[in-house]
Design a binder for this molecule. Structure first.
Ligand code: ADP
Ligand code: MG
Ligand code: MG
Length: 892
């Protein structure tokens, strides 16, 4: 026989905290508290298996459920000395939903179930308080009708308001027993009008109605939406808890409240919460009356004149504090509690691990480790690595007043403020004058890189979370709001229409890339706090992680941020960004469009000193650490001139005919640039480009080493290799350049040459490639594109549907597809290592900062991950968590 029902109460229970899957979170913890001997009103939990049965069997129940439930109801009666439906001494219960994970969107709790015209009289008699009895009854009818029968709340509000108005009463507390009795009758009439049938007075009908409503609510739209957003499978089901009522509305010595054992927003170790005297649970949540503080300290801090629980009920308070300590020690975590005081007697109604801000999570974990409640490893595991993002950027003071003028997508976290500029050149010019600007564009393109660098934040009206603006901004760690479609930009007039108002160039706005809000003017900001509890957790994490963490960085600003966030080197420096800067793009265009090698070399000679300067600065900042530099990678078309004016400029520089240059631009256009003339294919067509870059790297390394005394080891990385032959050809050229620099400068140059592994073929032939390549860096962005045959830039229109329909678990461009792309990475690692056991293996790309992907990288034994500077702490923490989890797994 299957046990569908688990009883609790009377200092014992059939369930326990570990049975959350079967009993739901609420039921499992009520059972646990009972077994701990805490005062919990007795009750029982109908399991989540019944919910699954219900949906698998045309919304019916297992045959023996009713019998088991009836026995459990009798057991409550025995413990309380009352009977369900008994007209002398009636038992009242609450019916509460409770899934594995706490889930708003489920059925609201029904209190005082079991009341009818007869039992209410018994309740009045036994309590000696008619007003209380009828107040409870009207609450029950109101809640039950709303939640179970679907008669909306406003029906009852109207009746109540009208009644008070007619008698010139203002507060609910002004109403006496007769008033409530009158209202109960009116409520029942309204229910009958609305439903065409009368309010159920049979207590078993009430009970099963409420139980059915809980199961039914599992499939309501709110719950379905919530599950989708939080990736909760429908197969988890919900449990139902039926529990004897205790009454916080029995007078001035009764109360109800909620508490956190520590402050959930700051993490401070101090009881935090609120309560109401003479009230039932829903009153606290409903916010009809202003709740009172639990502790004297909190009351004083708030300057409230309403008594604290500590003052109003000192004995109950000290019992409650004792229980809080006991539960925190027992669960070894901060608890979120519900309690009720019935005529001086304390009852516990719920406990669970409390939700908290990331800041509080850090403090609580560090404090609990210091208190010896948890280990350092546990403290590290308690922090949600992804959520650290909230803390690493400047953010808007949550208490600051704000005027929202538009909403877009939270494309890159953090907040920034400055003057509006509508183009990248203006952004750069104003930045040079020391002014802070927000770059506002319909959308951005690779040519806006300099403007994005100059801007404090970026705002676009078009494009999603993977638009150019979003991806590049995240890479730079700059706040970005993308796709703010309600904004209208008029470039010609230099203005923007927002919330019915015109904003001009130079007007101040604030963008919040964490929420997607665009705000008028300046708003007070808070700077990230990287020491303290954050620093402590990071220190513990670093002592545990095996995986190295590097940053993707090419500008001095990024490189400094990378070091500040604890990067152990640069894993990807993209040289093409350096090609867009200032006037360089003209030289780059001349190089590409030159007819012959001589023409190209002439243009490259202009670029060499600039590129060398870039690297010197980078190497100085990264003194003593490894720096991976990727040779030119993007499709040529990104560098081509767009309009007649730009073509004329290039032609003039080349001393060439405009028509000839125009024709060459046409010739270089590609149908599918991402699979076209890019990566090492450029180096093979135009070896001078890579030679120039190699020369700049080696000369810069020598120069920077002289200055700092701490040489970096440049790792020269060739992109998009498919065959060993490609690699060998290019490596030979690079080695020749190194020899020449050695000879010219008379210095020793240490470097390595390796490759991005970003094509499936390269993964498969990794053994061969490793014969020549000294390191691999898995370029998982391109590897995902090429493994799936999906272009990332075009994925927006269909990938969302895939994730929604469950065809893909997650967006493979955000979290690595371990089954497919991951397997290619594993094969690449294995075959590479077989040939070159000490080969350095890393990944770069958006995945390097995604906790789930970092775990995968740990598991396949990569040497390091590389991610944007702002995600370095996230990767450090995720790497430690993977190591700790791995150790725990291996000792099983
Ligand atoms: P939620 O999950 O929305 O918090 P709960 O089931 O915990 O819903 O209940 C809502 C309110 O009703 C809480 O304040 C709770 O303390 C109160 N409550 C639930 N069961 C009882 C009971 N048996 N006696 C008194 N109050 C109760
Ligand atoms: Mg609750
Ligand atoms: Mg790539």
């Amino acid at each position: 026989m299957t046990q569908w029902v688990y009883s609790f109460g009377g200092r014992s229970a059939e369930g326990e905290a570990g049975m959350k899957n079967l009993l739901g979170g609420k039921g499992a913890n009520l059972a646990e508290m009972s077994s701990l001997g805490l005062p919990v009103p007795p009750g029982f939990t109908i399991t989540t298996e019944v919910c699954n049965y219900y949906y698998d069997n045309a919304e019916s129940y297992p045959a023996d459920l009713r019998e088991q439930a009836a026995a459990a109801v009798s057991r409550i009666g025995e413990i309380t000395g009352k009977g369900f439906g008994d007209t002398e001494n009636p038992l009242l219960v609450s019916v509460r939903s409770g899934a594995r994970a706490s889930m708003p969107g489920m059925m609201d709790t029904v209190l005082n179930l079991g009341l009818n015209d007869e039992t209410v009289e018994a309740l009045a008699k036994n309590s000696g308080d008619r007003r209380f009895a009828y107040d409870s009854y009207r609450r029950f009818i109101q809640m039950y009708s709303d939640v179970v029968l679907g008669v909306e709340h406003h029906n009852f509000e109207e009746i109540l308001e009208l009644y008070k108005e007619e008698r010139s009463l203002t507060l609910d507390t002004d109403l006496g027993a007769d008033d409530w009795e009158h209202i109960v009758a009116a409520f029942k009439v309204r229910v009958e009008e609305e439903l065409g049938s009368s309010f159920p007075l049979d207590v078993n009908e009430q009970l099963w109605g409420a139980i059915g409503a809980v199961f039914g609510s599992w499939m309501n739209q709110r719950a379905i939406t919530y599950r989708r957003l939080h990736e909760i499978p429908a197969t988890w089901g919900t449990a139902v808890n039926v529990q004897a009522m205790v009454f916080g509305n029995m007078g001035e010595d009764s109360a109800t409240g909620v508490a956190f054992t520590r402050n959930p927003s700051t993490g401070e170790k101090a009881l935090y919460g609120e309560f109401l005297i003479n009230a039932q649970g829903e009153d606290v949540v409903a916010g009809i009356r202003t709740p009172q503080d639990l502790t004297e300290a909190a009351r004083e801090a708030a300057g409230s004149d309403k008594a604290s629980l500590e003052r109003a009920m000192p004995e109950t308070f000290s019992e409650f504090v004792g229980i809080c300590d006991q539960l925190e020690n027992h669960y070894r975590d901060m608890q979120d509690l519900e309690f009720t005081v019935e005529q001086g007697k304390l009852w516990m109604l719920q406990t669970r691990s409390g939700k908290r801000t990331t800041k509080a999570a850090l403090k609580i974990a560090v404090d609990m480790a210091a208190e010896g409640l948890i280990t350092q490893d546990e403290a590290v595991l308690r922090i949600d690595a992804g959520a650290l993002d909230q803390l690493l950027h400047p953010m808007i003071d949550p208490d600051a007043p704000r005027t929202i003028i538009a909403n877009g997508l939270p494309a890159s976290p953090g907040a920034a403020q400055g003057e509006i500029v509508f183009n990248s050149d203006d952004a750069e010019r104003l930045k040079a004058e020391g002014r802070a600007v927000i770059l506002v564009r319909v959308e951005t393109s690779p040519e806006d890189i300099h403007g994005m660098h100059a801007a404090e934040g970026i705002l676009t009206t078009r494009g999603g979370m993977t638009s150019h603006a979003a991806v590049v901004a995240r890479g730079m760690g700059k706040p970005c709001v993308s796709g703010a479609g309600m904004l209208r930009i008029n470039y010609a007039k230099g203005e923007m229409l927002a919330a019915g108002r015109i904003f001009k160039e130079g007007d101040i706005i604030t963008v919040d890339g964490s929420t997607g809000q665009v705000l008028e003017g300046r708003v007070n900001m808070l700077q990230p706090e990287l020491s303290g509890d954050f620093g402590q957790i990071m220190e513990w994490a670093d002592s545990r992680r095996v995986l190295g963490v590097r940053a993707n960085a090419e500008t001095p600003l990024d490189a400094r941020a990378a070091r500040e966030f604890g990067a152990e080197g640069i894993g990807l420096s993209r040289t093409e960004h350096m090609f867009f800067d200032g006037d360089r793009i003209t030289s780059v265009r001349q190089m590409i469009l030159a007819d012959d090698e001589a023409g190209r070399r002439k243009a490259l000679d202009k670029l060499l000193p600039m590129q060398r300067e870039d690297f010197i600065e980078l190497f100085e900042i990264m003194a003593g650490l490894p720096v991976t530099i990727r040779l030119l990678d993007p499709p040529l078309h990104e560098f081509l001139p767009h309009d007649a004016e730009e073509i004329a400029e290039v032609a003039e520089g080349l001393g060439a005919d405009v028509d000839k240059v125009t024709a060459r631009v046409e010739l270089l256009k590609e149908l599918n640039p991402m699979l076209g003339h890019r990566g090492c294919r450029l180096g093979i067509s135009y070896p001078e480009i890579y030679e120039m870059q190699a020369q700049a790297i080696f000369e810069a390394a020598a120069e920077a080493a002289k200055k700092t005394g701490q040489p970096v080891t440049p790792e020269v990385m060739i992109p998009l290799i498919a065959t060993k032959a490609e690699f060998d050809l290019l490596k030979e050229r690079i080695d020749a350049v190194a020899d020449k620099v050695r000879a010219d400068k008379g210095v020793e140059i240490e470097y390595q040459t390796g490759t991005m592994i970003e094509l499936p073929r390269a993964c498969l032939r990794a053994g061969e490639i490793a014969e020549s390549a000294e390191f691999f860096s898995f370029g998982t962005n391109d590897l995902t594109q090429t493994a799936f045959g999906i272009s990332r830039d075009d994925a927006a229109s269909f990938l969302g549907t895939y994730v929604e329909k469950g065809l893909l678990e997650a967006d493979p461009f955000i979290s690595i597809d371990t089954g497919g792309v991951g397997e290619l990475v594993s094969i690449g690692c294995e075959r590479g290592r077989a040939v070159r056991p000490d080969i350095k293996l890393g990944i770069c790309g958006e995945h390097g900062g995604d906790p789930a992907s970092v775990r995968f990288c740990h598991e396949v034994g990569l040497t390091y991950v590389s991610c944007s500077p702002y995600r370095v702490p996230i990767a450090r923490l995720a790497a430690a968590q993977a190591a700790i989890a791995g150790d725990a797994g291996s000792t099983d």
